[in-house]
Design a protein. Sequence first.
Length: 391
Amino acid sequence: MSDLEAFRSDLRAWLNAACPAEMRKPMSEQDICWGGRNWQFQSEAQRDWLHACIDKGFTVPQWPVAYGGAGLDADKARVLDEEMKRINARPPLQSFGIWMLGPALLAFGSEAQKAELLPPIARGEIRWCQGYSEPNAGSDLASLQCKGVEDGDDFLVTGQKVWTSYADKADWIFCLVRTEPEASKHKGISFLLFDMASKGVEARPIPLISGNAPFCETFFDTVRVPQHQIVGKRGEGWTIAKYLLTHERESIGAADGAHFMAADPYRAALAAVGLDENGRLDDPMMRAEIGRFLVDEITFTAHMDAARSYSRAGNEIGARSAVLKYIGAELNKRRLNLAMQGSGQDALIWSGDGAGNQPQLWLRTKANSIEGGTSEVMLSIVSKAILELPS
């Protein structure tokens, strides 16, 4: 038996013993485990599954063991992913710290920052939010005006961010701040980390048409941030910001392409229209549309798996993250459109409590093609950086 086969055998036995049955059921948005200092577990099974994975380093399997990971190579990480999917295991922890900040710290952080911040991220002890977009700096992010004025060993940060996902629930923020006002717009930005409980921080949820409020306006009124909480060099945060964005877009594409946040269009149509005498959906137009969608979804899953394998081998996917983000976002919108079309009058049911019912999920998908970079911006990146088309 090869080393990889032995790893798979041992892993399969561990998963069968460690993953509770409740954590193998389909997952809705409210079932996500985000962690953080104020996190309340939804069940004992959720707690047990997270702690079991923390003990094995499986919340961040390819991070070094010293930082809370399992130190797996690309092949073993792929096996872990396959075996988790085989039993439909829920992700033990979802985290902007894992998807975005962690890779940036591994690439640009000091040894002290890595040792201090990465293990708590791996254990789900810190919930992070991202301070990027501003009211006048969205797609043109480098135009941001949130400023940090030097005051001894600190910066005094003043300004506003917008569309800050879960800022009202986050413990800390990784934030782009202009610290060198005389430099060019791409050169004067620093990448700062600070506690959301700091004096002068205010997060105001933005109610959406779905009834939920996952995004916030975030205000900073002379927030004192120690200068040692800069990641990388002062004034060179744009390089880190671009690096982090590739990981954000990859994670958005993966999440939008996953089933846990969306209805199954076939099941929705089956309940509404039933089967014909041949055992097929009794609506040929709907049947064809769902068939086209499922083929595209299978293709995207294969493409995502290939991208993950490429990344696990130590490569940076770079501009290809724009492809993943664009396709994942558009597929998720199609999925919910089909589920709504096939559900008949049931699609009009609205609980109004933000519980993740179908109309609310459908409305939420409209943000998929905006957050992390609009679909139009993603296509522009693909045309220039991958297809090398003229501007």
